[in-house]
Design a protein around this ligand. Sequence first.
Ligand code: G4P
Length: 282
Amino acid sequence: MHFQWYPGHMTKARRMMQENIKLIDIVVELVDARVPFSSKNPDIDDLAKNKMRLIVLNKADMADTKITDLWQKYYEDQGFFVARVNSRKGTGLKDVKAKMETACREKKERDKKRGILNRPLRAMVVGIPNVGKSTFINSFAGKACAKTGNKPGVTKGKQWIKLNKNVELLDTPGILWPKFENQQVGLRLALIGSIKEEILNITEMTGEFITFLRESYPGVIRERYGVEEEGTNEEILEKVARERGCLMKGSQVDTEKAARLILEDFRALRLGRLSLEVPDEQ
Ligand code: G4P
């Protein structure tokens, strides 16, 4: 399978982010809690050099809680602030604010030593497409936080959402490009729906997903589709197709339709909360 990206518009996005990042103190990096490694673009380390960093494990409601615990520790051990959030429901936002407050205190100390006047901590959200950046920002903006408007020294037209008297969040996120380090990363990003499906072979992709499920979450396929998890992936797909009435003309099984069904079920949480990667394997 081949995954592609289009550097043209990403170059513009990168330039914009470089401009915006100059204005901020803390980078709030959203990753998908189901794939906290694959959905993280390491280029941000370079772009955000010397900035404080908060990693938000978003869509935590869709991930396996125990594995999310491991990821939280993994990133905390690397010196990041880490919070886990469900931006749709607003769960975990208090913790985000608390972590930012801590960051703010650290900044105040540093500013004081340098004789810099106290000013609010400025934050910016970054992340690859579809990790929930807009939902995250809106969940703050929707909570009656006053927008602060333009400020001296800040590019005209930028809006800041006041989270409290000490912390302000830029209302436009920085968009990072997904990384295509290897096939595994590409596959996982495709599974969570971060890569356009037209360029993918659904049956092949679901085959890989079935392999993963059989190894890491045995019983999930059996429970959902009422089929035994034996035989090749192709055979399992055929069984699911038959069970779910995915048939073509002449009553031949439609494995592509079955593959699509499994993917949709995964994305709609009908297979339960699943994490696609664990820290020590990365
Ligand atoms: P982006 O700006 O990073 O591109 O992502 P965006 O906020 O548009 O979110 C992408 C999808 O992820 C949206 O679903 C959004 O509702 C969902 N989402 C965001 N955060 C969370 C979360 O914490 N938990 C869950 N379960 N979902 C989340 P959608 O189906 O594309 O749109 P909609 O049906 O919500 O309108």
